[in-house]
Write a protein that binds this ligand. Structure first.
Ligand SMILES: CC(C)[C@H](C(=O)O)[C@@H](O)C(=O)O
Ligand code: SF4
Length: 480
C-alpha cells in the first residue's frame, strides 16, 4: 500500500500547539475543536452554580477524580474565621459547592481543610496542574497555571457544566504568540513589574485570542512562583492562556506534591515533560521581544492594568500613551484616581495597603514584603492587610516567622482567600480610599465602590504601608 500523507515531514509545532493536538477529540466546524479536559477546577463563586445546573438537567459528573474544588472567593478571611461568608446572600454559594461536591464525589478543599486556598494557588501546590495537561476553571485567572507548561484557561459556568458532564469543551483554536524577554531583571525588579511593563506596551487587549508563550533568558531565570505571577497577569492582556516550557525548575517544584506522579510514574512523566518545548522554526502568529534590563519597578496610575508607569516616573500625559487609551477613558481614569498628569505618584498619601491574591500571595511574595517590613511600623492611619493565598502558604510563612514580622509592623494577618482582591467578598476599603495592592486589577470599584487601587509588586505595596505615601522600597529611610 502506498504510504499516506503521514509520512510527510510534520511541520514544526509550538509547545501550545503540540499539547493542543494531543487533546483534540474531534475537529468541529471552522476553527473550533472539541478538546479533552484533563483537570477541571471549581470554586464556590461559579462552581456551585455549574453543579446545581448539572443536577437540574439530570446529568452526572463524568470523571469526579479529575475535578477539584475549593472555597476562596467569598470566604471570611478574618483570623479564626467563621464557617461562613462576609458576602451578603453569599451563603448559598458555599452550600451549593458543598452539597454538589459531596453528591458527585468531587474532592473539595473546604474551609478549615489545610489544603484550602485560592484556586490558582492550591492547584500547583497540590500538584494538580502538571506539564502537558489541559486544565479549565470557571475563573478568568486560570492562565496562571500555564506556568507549568499546561494549557490552562478560564471558562464560563455553562462551559463548566459541559466540562463536568463530558470532560470535553468546544474551544476556538487560539493563535500562538511568543513574548521573549532577553537579559536579566535588575535588582528589586520582579515578575509583577515585568508583567505591568508588558501590559503597558501591548495594551489590555494585546493578546486577545492568543496563547502567550513566555520565553527567553529572563523567564528561564524566574522561579515557579514568579512564573505564576507573570502568567497570571496574561489575563490582563486578554490572553486565552499563557504557557512556559517546563524545565528543571518546574520538575523540582512538582516533585513530591500530593497529586504529582510518584516513583516510576514520576520518571516516565519527567521524560515526557522534557520533550515539551516549542520546536525550532515553529510559526507564531505574533512575536514580541522585550529587554529585561529596561524593566523598572512599576505601579499603576489609572483604572486599567495597562495604566502602568515606572515608580519614579510622572503620571503620563494623554499624548504619551500612543493610542492605547482613548481620551474619554484617560480623563475618567485621571479623575477617578485623583492623580495629576506630570506629577510623581511618589509621596501621594495612601489609606491602605493590601498584599494578597492569586498574583502575589505565595510565600516568596510574603518573604520579600517582610524583608521591607522587618523592624519597621505601618504609618499611623494606614490600614495594612496581608492575606496568604492558601492555608499552606500561611503555615509555611508562620513556620518562618513571617507572620510575626507582618503583625509587629502593624499588618492584619488573615486566613487564606481572595479577600479584598475584589469586592464580592463583601469587604471594602471605602470610597475615595487610596490603596496600594499586590493584586491584578485596578478597575473602578474593583476593591469596593469608589476605592482607588494602585497595583504593584508586594515590595512596592510594603513600602507605602510604612511611609504612609507611595514610596520606592529601594529608598526607604534606613533602619536605625
Ligand atoms: C468571580 C470570578 C468569576 C472572577 C473571575 O473570573 O476572574 C474573579 O476571580 C475575578 O478575579 O474577577
Ligand atoms: S485572588 Fe482575585 S483575581 Fe485571583 S481568583 Fe480571587 S478574585 Fe480572582
Amino acid at each position: 500500500m502506498t504510504p499516506v500523507a503521514s509520512d510527510a515531514p510534520r511541520p514544526p509545532r509550538t509547545l501550545a500547539g503540540a499539547i493542543w493536538e494531543t487533546h483534540v477529540v474531534a475537529a468541529l466546524d471552522g476553527e473550533t475543536d472539541l478538546l479533552a479536559v484533563d483537570r477541571l477546577l471549581l470554586h464556590e463563586r461559579t462552581g456551585g452554580v455549574a453543579l446545581r445546573s448539572l443536577d437540574d438537567a439530570g446529568r452526572t459528573v463524568a470523571a469526579p477524580a479529575q475535578v477539584f474544588a475549593t472555597m476562596d472567593h467569598i470566604v471570611d478571611t478574618f483570623p479564626g474565621r467563621s464557617d461562613d461568608t462576609l458576602m451578603p446572600t453569599g451563603k448559598a454559594f458555599l452550600t451549593a459547592m458543598r452539597e454538589g461536591a459531596l453528591k458527585h464525589g468531587i474532592t473539595l478543599f473546604d474551609l478549615h481543610d489545610p489544603r484550602q486556598g485560592i484556586v490558582h494557588v492550591i492547584s500547583p501546590e497540590q500538584g494538580i496542574v502538571l506539564p502537558g495537561l489541559t486544565l479549565a476553571c470557571p475563573d478568568s485567572h486560570t492562565c496562571t497555571q500555564g506556568a507549568f507548561g499546561a494549557i490552562a484557561w478560564g471558562i464560563g459556568s455553562t462551559e463548566a457544566e459541559h466540562a463536568l458532564a463530558t470532560m470535553t469543551l468546544r474551544v476556538e483554536r487560539p493563535h500562538d504568540m511568543r513574548i521573549t524577554i532577553d537579559g536579566r531583571l535588575g535588582t528589586g525588579v520582579t515578575a509583577k513589574d515585568l508583567a505591568l511593563h508588558i501590559i503597558r506596551r501591548l495594551g489590555s487587549g494585546g493578546a486577545k485570542r492568543h496563547i502567550v508563550e513566555f520565553a527567553g533568558a529572563a523567564v528561564r531565570a524566574l522561579d515557579m512562583e514568579a512564573r505564576m505571577t507573570l502568567c497570571n497577569m496574561a489575563t490582563e492582556l486578554a490572553a486565552f492562556g499563557a504557557i512556559i516550557a517546563p524545565d528543571e525548575t518546574t520538575f523540582a517544584y512538582l516533585a513530591g506534591r500530593p497529586y504529582a506522579p510518584e516513583g516510576e510514574m514520576w520518571d516516565t512523566a519527567v521524560a515526557h515533560w522534557r520533550t515539551l518545548a516549542t520546536e525550532d522554526a515553529a510559526p507564531f502568529a505574533v512575536e514580541h521581544r522585550f529587554d529585561a534590563a529596561e524593566v523598572a519597578p512599576m505601579i499603576t496610575w489609572g483604572t486599567s492594568p495597562q495604566h502602568g508607569m515606572p515608580l519614579d516616573a510622572t503620571v503620563p500625559a494623554f499624548e504619551s500613551l500612543d493610542g492605547t487609551t482613548g481620551r474619554a477613558d484617560y480623563d475618567r481614569a485621571i479623575a477617578y484616581m485623583d492623580v495629576t498628569p506630570g506629577d510623581r505618584l511618589e509621596g501621594l498619601p495612601v489609606n491602605a495597603a493590601f498584599i494578597g491574591s492569586c498574583t502575589n500571595s505565595r510565600v516568596s511574595d510574603l518573604r520579600r514584603a517582610a524583608a521591607i517590613l522587618k523592624g519597621r511600623k505601618v504609618a499611623p492611619g494606614v490600614r495594612a492587610i496581608c492575606v496568604p493565598g492558601s492555608t499552606q502558604v500561611k503555615r509555611d510563612a508562620e513556620a518562618e516567622g513571617l507572620d510575626v514580622i507582618f503583625r509587629d509592623a502593624g499588618f492584619e494577618w488573615r486566613e487564606a482567600g481572595c479577600s479584598m482582591c475584589f469586592y464580592a467578598g463583601g469587604e471594602s476599603f471605602g470610597a475615595q480610599q487610596r490603596v496600594v495592592s499586590s493584586t491584578n486589577r485596578n478597575f473602578e470599584s474593583r476593591q469596593g465602590p469608589g476605592t482607588r487601587t494602585h497595583i504593584a509588586s508586594p515590595e512596592t505595596v510594603a513600602a507605602p504601608a510604612i511611609a504612609g505615601a507611595i514610596a520606592d522600597p529601594r529608598r526607604l529611610e534606613p533602619l536605625p
